[in-house]
Write a protein that binds this ligand. Structure first.
Ligand SMILES: [Zn+2]
Length: 331
């Protein structure tokens, strides 16, 4: 089995990201599996080299290692970096294939067009389960009709998707109704997160995707994309999110403490591991004293054998952030 740590370098990683990194790492290591490190910088406009650099320092500080991934922050042409030329070529190849197969279509809708189509909400083009689904304005358009300023959207099926979550049991959702046809490539030529991440998971042999429960709608969409790529979808697990002392969800936008700041304040990494313990083993309380990575490993796979935790994912609470970068699980 193989998991991946998949940070998006659009900000400094915080303790919520650490919870996901440690969980993915423990899940693999406790079962003798492999860990991939992937830099999810497909949205190059939002990614910055200093965030990549900080990320490597954060992972080293936490004591996490990996079997496959970039050699260091400067290894920007690694196939485990989404902005690398080899991965960009791969995403292009997939898009061209799907155009030829007629399963994607050009879309010239601007944000203003979409806002007019459903005026109550602001449209977010990449985030299923967030806002209103794309109304399908351009669904009838043929790939041959594409203009230079068109984005590309994936034609989704009507049928709902269902799978068994490693934590939460059976999950079902209609991608088309909830999300609408997602963007695969933007008008500026930048590939969308959903295309890149599914291509990477497929090509890198990822067997288990573990992410925060807020991203559950994405997993339904990704399962469909995996089948289009000709592979079997990996197993998915959606873990609870780490809250702060007041139970508020931590995110970069909420000003959560970055791991770099904790490090500079002299925090010991084992204190961070103690704080994220409830995400790893919900039956255990946060440890004020701290816990080591090897002690965590001795607790076994952070996975309920009997579905002890049901993610309380309702439509209202599933609000994946607009872009991958701000996702609390580092995805
Ligand atoms: Zn359109």
């Amino acid at each position: 089995m193989r998991t991946r740590l998949a940070p998006t370098p659009s900000g400094y990683a915080h303790i919520g990201n650490a919870a996901n990194f440690v969980l993915c790492w423990l899940f693999a290591r406790a079962q003798g599996g492999e860990v991939v490190l992937r830099i999810e910088d497909v949205d190059r406009a939002r990614s910055r080299p200093e965030f990549v650099e900080a990320l490597f320092a954060d992972l080293a500080w936490l004591g996490l290692d990996w079997d496959l991934g970039p050699a260091g922050p400067d290894d920007s042409e690694s196939p485990y970096v989404q902005s690398s030329s080899v991965r960009q070529a791969r995403y292009r190849e997939i898009l061209e294939d799907w155009k030829a197969r007629g399963i994607c279509y050009p879309c010239g809708c601007t944000r203003r067009d979409l806002a007019l189509a459903s005026p109550q909400v602001q449209h977010l083009t990449e985030a299923p389960g967030f806002g209103r689904p794309y109304p399908g304005t351009c669904r009838h358009r043929h790939p041959d009709e594409a203009g230079p300023h068109d984005a590309w959207r994936l034609h989704l099926p009507q049928e709902p998707d269902a799978f068994t979550d490693l934590w939460g049991g059976r999950q079902e959702l209609s991608n088309l109704q909830e999300c609408g046809d997602p963007v695969l490539a933007r008008a500026d030529g930048c590939f969308a997160y959903h295309l890149a991440v599914c291509a990477d998971d497929t090509d890198q042999g990822i067997t288990h995707v573990l992410r925060g429960e807020d991203l559950l709608p994405w997993s339904h969409l990704h399962r469909h994309i995996f089948t289009l790529l000709g592979g079997n979808p990996p197993s998915f697990g959606h873990h609870p999110l780490l809250g702060d002392a007041d139970g508020m969800r931590l995110s970069k936008s909420a000003g959560a403490e970055s791991l770099g700041a904790l490090r500079r304040f002299g925090t010991h990494p084992e204190e961070v591991l103690g704080r994220i313990l409830p995400v790893l083993h919900p039956e255990l309380k946060r440890r004020e004293d701290a816990i080591s990575l090897s002690e965590l490993l001795s607790l076994g796979t952070p996975l309920p054998a009997n579905g002890r935790m049901k993610p309380s994912v309702s439509r209202e609470s599933t609000k994946p952030s607009q872009r991958a970068g701000a996702a609390a699980d580092g995805d």
